[in-house]
Ligand binder design. Structure first.
Ligand code: G6P
Length: 367
């Protein structure tokens, strides 16, 4: 066991440190001569052009990468996207037309609900693309096309590197489709490819904050509840940050679309409640800052995760963690790193079984 952990205290920690490699291994085989080539996509340019709707179906963290992908595909490729948790999709009589592409995202490729949703979608005539980590898994075999995330085997129940690899696969798909559909130009594509290539080093740098985050996490070990807020992509990031925290630390946590706070959640904020605020999307900075001020006035301690240079955040936050600049679509890949570290450090501090949290399974193969 110790040998398998390669010197790390937990598999989760080891896997967090494997993220730069998971990211590189997922994008590098798909970059050819400054272009994106996804042979496994199994779709002609005509088919890509004729997509009218994408439906993304997944569970858990994979669902959160789907939430991120919705913003990316809609903005970059201008394709409407619906995202569903698999257990909802399969029972809601979804509307699938000939030009609907269904994407199922799964680390294990064996999640029962996701697999059933895939079968349901195929039966209704959809073309199904799997974004899968485990080679030869059920979802990989049954999908019409499969794009592998090359994260390697993941042992810790709480996913980190497979999540990061899924994001990359989805960015590549969005970039490819946008290029084919003409919604981005050659310069934009080149810029994004450069930004993709910088991600592994940027993630490495962010992992160096472990000690600093540990110190901060120590202060919140006894917290009863922790909230996460964000808008747009930052809402999706918040959802994953909150899930990581609650699954391994057992601290009650919820993520909210920041603008929705005032419709209920804000009543839960008490003196000293930690509110983690994610603000990586420049057009939404101002809106986020006013939400941070709202909770702070009610006694919250505000921790912000934002992009270098956004000094405004310091005025509304009690503690700020910066991430380096990248393309706005790729921010999740960076912002999630301090949130993973935060969840991990809190859980370790509370003496939790980080790799095998109670009641959870790595792969849920029953309904
Ligand atoms: C379980 C795991 C989660 C994972 C989810 C979906 O609940 O604990 O970490 O996100 O299943 O798994 P999949 O293998 O389909 O990505």
């Amino acid at each position: 066991d110790a040998a398998e952990k390669g010197g790390y205290e937990h598999f989760m920690l080891k896997e967090m440190y494997e993220q730069p490699k998971a990211i590189t291994d997922t994008f590098s085989p798909r970059l050819k001569d400054g272009m994106i080539e996804i042979e496994e996509l199994n779709m002609t340019e005509e088919e890509i052009k004729s997509i009218q709707k994408i439906m993304i179906v997944a569970c858990g963290s994979a669902y959160h990468t789907g939430m991120t992908a919705k913003y990316v595909f809609e903005e970059m490729a201008r394709i409407p996207v619906e995202v569903d948790v698999a257990s909802e999709f399969r029972y809601r009589n979804p509307i699938i037309t000939d030009n609907t592409l269904v994407m199922v995202i799964s680390q294990s490729g064996e999640t029962a609900d996701t697999l059933a949703a895939l079968r349901e979608a195929k039966e209704r005539g959809a073309k199904v693309l799997g974004v899968v980590n485990v080679v030869g898994s059920s979802i990989a075999r049954e999908a019409d096309g499969v794009m592998y995330t090359w994260a390697g085997p993941e042992i810790a129940v709480a996913t980190t590197k497979a999540y990061s690899a899924q994001l990359i696969a989805l960015y590549l798909l969005a970039m490819k489709m946008s290029q084919v559909r003409g919604t981005i130009d050659a310069d934009q594509l080149t810029g994004m490819i450069e930004d993709l290539k910088s991600l592994p080093t940027q993630v490495e740098m962010l992992l160096e904050n472990k000690k600093k985050i540990q110190k901060f996490a120590n202060r919140y070990q006894a917290a009863e509840q922790i909230f996460f807020i964000g808008r747009g992509i930052d809402y999706a990031i918040s959802q994953e940050g909150s899930l990581k925290l609650k699954e391994i630390s057992y601290i009650h946590s919820e993520a909210y679309a920041a603008g929705e706070l005032k419709h209920g959640t804000i009543s839960l904020v008490e003196e000293g409640t930690l509110v983690v605020s994610v603000l990586t999307q420049e057009p939404l900075y101002k809106k986020m800052i006013s939400n941070m001020e709202e909770v702070r006035t009610r006694g919250a301690f505000v921790m912000a995760v934002t992009v270098e240079g956004n000094l405004e955040a310091e005025k509304a936050a009690d503690y700020v963690l910066y991430i380096p600049k990248t393309n706005e679509y790729f921010m999740n890949s960076l912002a999630i790193i301090p949130l993973q570290l935060f969840a991990y450090e809190i859980a370790v501090g509370r003496g939790c079984d980080v790799d095998k949290p109670r009641n959870l399974a790595k792969s849920v193969t029953v309904e």
